[in-house]
Design a protein around this ligand. Sequence first.
Ligand code: MG
Length: 162
Amino acid sequence: MSAIRIGNGYDIHRLVPERPLILGGIHIPHELGLLGHSDADVLTHAIMDAMLGALSLGDIGLYFPPSDPQWAGADSLKLLEQVDQLVQNKGWQIGNIDSVVVAERPKLKPHIPAMRDRLAKVLNLAPDQVGVKATTNEKLDATGREEGIAAYAVVLLTQVTG
Ligand code: MG
């Protein structure tokens, strides 16, 4: 087995009224929020799927099924901590993460440093190991029509030796 592994993750949630908008664990002021069983933090979900994918451990639906009431309204950062623990237990650590959030609105750029700091803190990483980028979808498709927000992530894992 090689000493590095790569994983990718994708997630999308619907934008609806009367829900908070939480991305990378940061509450972002907006008139719409993401619908989901947990807090619907698409960015954190994409990162978790990338971490699990790097070790062929399945996806977050396997560990935190939406049918299980214990995950209702769950703080996704708590789930991220659990996935990180699983990765560490398998003898791996994160080299770096890169991610993209696709949202037409609101403007995410002012919130990116806070998202990176929050994710880095939960994962015991330096903020420069956690890339978060934001883009619009140029008004195309569901994200462009503000029907939802999507996120993509890639994660590089390195094997812990000794
Ligand atoms: Mg999700």
